[in-house]
Design a protein. Structure first.
Length: 117
């Protein structure tokens, strides 16, 4: 409902502004068309350049997105490999620490038994 009234208002406003412009124009129709044509050409050229730049930007974004996906995938694989290697490196130290903790717990338990006697 709001969209229809907005479009109707836009249409009425454009029509009224066109009519007022035609009625208050100091030039003849031919002169006005020449002025509009001369004014429109640079504007159309600028729009064409903007469109070209937007196409280039779209291509650049697509390329950057694809490269980003590839780099992230490679990064994740490298990270997984590094974590696996790190785990393999610390495994012997981890076992040794677990053995020492077990030995300390055993020694503490023996001390507690001696103290309780």
């Amino acid at each position: 409902m709001k969209g229809k009234s907005y479009l109707a208002g836009l249409f009425v406003g454009a029509t009224l502004s066109s009519l007022i412009t035609l009625l208050t124009t100091p030039n003849s129709g031919k002169e006005t068309r020449i002025v509009v044509k001369n004014t429109a050409q640079p504007f159309i050229h600028q729009l064409s350049e903007i469109q070209s730049h937007l196409r280039d930007l779209k291509k650049s974004l697509a390329t950057a997105t694809q490269e980003g996906k590839e780099n992230i995938h490679s990064f994740v694989l490298d990270l997984k490999k590094s974590v696996t290697e790190w785990k393999d490196e610390i495994r012997p130290h981890q076992r040794h620490l677990q053995e020492e903790i077990a030995s300390l717990e055993k020694t503490i338990a023996e001390f507690e038994r001696h103290l309780n006697k």
